[in-house]
Design a protein around this ligand. Structure first.
Ligand code: HEC
Ligand code: HEC
Ligand code: HEC
Ligand code: HEC
Ligand code: HEC
Length: 217
């Protein structure tokens, strides 16, 4: 019987097997990596009791993030505003709007609005907002363009690797303190970011933790 394959095939075939094997493991680990919960939570946008619109309140009305999330620069948590904060305007503005029914109910009953939590680090992770925003890390890096979101959406993976990517190279992200709450701000070019970033990291002695105990205390 004539050779079905040319001689060379003897070598090609094992290589092919290895190749197919590698591709298969690649696909499996790729799926594993991207479809574990930390990746699928990107895009999470639960229905809220009130359809609060960040784009309207921040970009159109010009409210600063800290008007509502006062604690972000002072503590670990960036708290959700109380009904009173909203009522400072909505006792007058759109006072009868059906879209604000749950707000008025909360105002009358004294019970807080039941906002649905969007971002949540596991309990075994130590995270602190003030340590970041007071070191030139903008909300935009970790939450995306909130100022353009009519519906607040989980924008970044917030996985361990994602945290570490920045901790290993903060110069790529760090910005002047007066730009932290300006979510649209960008350095003029990647080179300009690098130059400025390295200066700031040096000037402030920035050294984000990269060892396990830094984030798992
Ligand atoms: C007028 C008040 C107000 C302003 C101003 C405001 N927010 Fe909010 N924010 C809220 C309310 C209310 C919620 C909860 C409802 C929701 O998730 O949409 C919220 C939720 C969030 C969440 C999600 C919280 C979670 O559950 O994980 C993030 C992130 C956030 N805001 C970031 C920002 C940023 C960044 C800015 C500035 C660009 C900003 N907010 C300005 C009222 C405000
Ligand atoms: C600084 C004033 C101010 C604050 C504080 C404020 N809002 Fe508003 N809000 C407005 C204005 C102005 C509009 C737009 C009214 C219009 O469309 O003419 C508006 C619109 C809305 C609407 C849409 C109402 C409709 O009928 O279209 C909702 C819902 C809303 N706000 C919820 C909230 C919530 C919840 C808070 C607190 C977390 C809040 N607002 C805080 C000024 C404010
Ligand atoms: C370095 C990344 C990072 C930055 C910068 C950051 N956040 Fe967050 N944010 C997170 C993480 C992670 C969580 C979940 C925290 C948790 O569960 O303890 C979160 C949660 C929140 C929440 C829900 C309440 C809470 O504290 O858990 C709000 C509101 C919020 N962030 C607003 C902001 C605002 C406003 C800014 C900018 C002024 C900001 N964040 C900057 C990563 C960040
Ligand atoms: C975009 C960049 C960036 C991202 C993303 C980021 N960090 Fe950081 N982190 C920093 C910088 C900058 C500091 C400040 C380091 C300093 O002051 O020396 C810091 C500091 C810290 C500290 C030390 C704070 C303290 O009080 O000692 C912890 C813990 C931390 N980060 C945890 C996290 C976790 C957990 C995540 C992911 C959920 C995260 N970080 C995501 C840049 C980042
Ligand atoms: C910069 C902060 C940071 C550092 C440093 C860090 N981790 Fe994590 N780690 C996290 C965060 C955030 C999560 C949660 C990720 C999520 O919810 O998707 C996590 C999750 C984990 C988990 C749970 C498994 C999982 O995938 O959810 C283990 C185990 C873990 N870390 C071990 C370690 C070890 C071991 C080290 C040291 C080599 C380390 N971590 C260093 C931030 C960090």
């Amino acid at each position: 019987m004539a050779n079905l394959f040319p001689r060379k095939a003897n070598r090609v075939f094992p290589l092919l097997l290895v190749g197919v094997g590698l591709i298969a493991t690649g696909i499996v680990s790729g799926l594993w990596y991207y479809f574990t919960p930390k990746y699928t939570r990107v895009g999470y946008a639960p229905t809220q009791p009130i359809a609060f619109d960040h784009a309207l309140h921040v970009t159109q009305l010009g409210l600063d993030c800290r008007y509502c999330h006062q604690n972000v620069e002072r503590s670990a948590n960036s708290t959700i505003p109380t009904t009173q904060t909203c009522m400072a305007c909505h006792l007058q503005v759109k006072a009868d709007s059906p879209k604000l029914a749950a707000l008025r109910e909360s105002w009358q009953s004294g019970q807080p609005v039941r906002w649905v939590r969007v971002h949540k680090a596991p309990d075994f992770v130590f995270f602190n907002h003030s340590a970041h925003v007071n070191r030139g890390i903008s909300c935009a890096h970790c939450h995306g363009a909130v100022n353009h979101m009519p519906v607040l959406t989980h924008d970044q993976p917030q996985s361990m690797l994602w945290c570490l990517d920045c901790h290993r190279d903060p110069a790529a992200k760090i910005r002047p303190l007066d730009k932290v709450y300006d979510l649209d701000w960008r350095a003029e070019s990647p080179e300009a970011q690098r130059e400025m970033g390295e200066k700031l990291v040096k000037a402030w002695g920035v050294q984000p933790p990269v060892t396990c105990a830094g984030c798992h205390r």
